[in-house]
Design a protein around this ligand. Sequence first.
Ligand SMILES: C[S@@+](CC[C@H](N)C(=O)[O-])C[C@H]1O[C@@H](n2cnc3c(N)ncnc32)[C@H](O)[C@@H]1O
Length: 307
Amino acid sequence: MQEYHIPVLLFQSVDFLIGNKSGVYFDGTIGFGGHSAEFLKHLTQDAKLLATEVDIDAYNFCKDKFKDDRRVKLYNTNFSQIDIVSKIDFVEHYDGIFADLGVSSFQLDNPLSGFTYRTESPLDLRLDKSRPLSASDVINDFDENELSRIFFEFGEEKYSRKIARKIVEKRQQKRISTTTDLSKIIEEITPKPFLIKSLSRVFQALRIFVNDELGVLKEFLTKSVDLLNPGGNIVILTYHSLEDRIVKEVFKYESLSCVCPPGFPVCVCDKTQRLDILTRKPVLPDENELNVNSRARSAKLRAARRK
Ligand SMILES: C[S@@+](CC[C@H](N)C(=O)[O-])C[C@H]1O[C@@H](n2cnc3c(N)ncnc32)[C@H](O)[C@@H]1O
């Protein structure tokens, strides 16, 4: 399975993340372990790496991959639970916290995992199958306005209204239960030149919604800042503008020492600066990386250091 996912911005991630070589580190999205394996090469035998992964197949893959490395401890859970897994493992603070958001190339390309519109599979899109709503529940049960809002807000899809209307019309004849059922509806609405973009956006929007990807990201970032040692680093890789904006805003807020409205004669907000931003502009993959890994195309790395 390993060759199905090439880790993105790998060496830049190591450079920004690793400070104390015998420290405690956290990888929130271990996936197929590409980044973690590289981090471990730069850490001593006294170091520790805790990691989370929601997808059971990726989790089991890494359980096996790292079974002989006593430094590694894995949890099959959401990274928003970072505070809980840290308590279970008696970790109070980290020297570095990392996340590489979204889904792996394996999940995207494997027809059985159901994350792609390119092959027929049940319309689900949940990374963690115990979450309450699948994509099929949303498509068949939500009203037209809610569907249109999801496509627009989480996919920035310009045909969101028309697609939502068509879905509501079609589901009266038959439940929309597969990725192909939904793709065919989008095909009926979107002009050919925009079709691939619309398909990607609608599927992305549904994935973000059913996994509450933006909500769990905010929770994870806030908890992570609490859990970093002074001098510890946080490094996040994002793949679309909505998640990048959240990382940028949380880093910005945590890097301010005052949030009083402009013009206040004295500071009354009691805010303390908790982060120094290390990347004023996000780090992007260079041409060499893009030539060997097209998935890196939309990647952005942001890093900050705990004060
Ligand atoms: C881009 S891949 C990570 C690839 C990994 N860095 C590597 O080199 O193999 C993202 C992984 O994060 C997992 N994931 C996504 N959201 C998550 C979350 N909120 N909590 C835990 N894991 C998550 C996905 O299942 C996927 O395996």
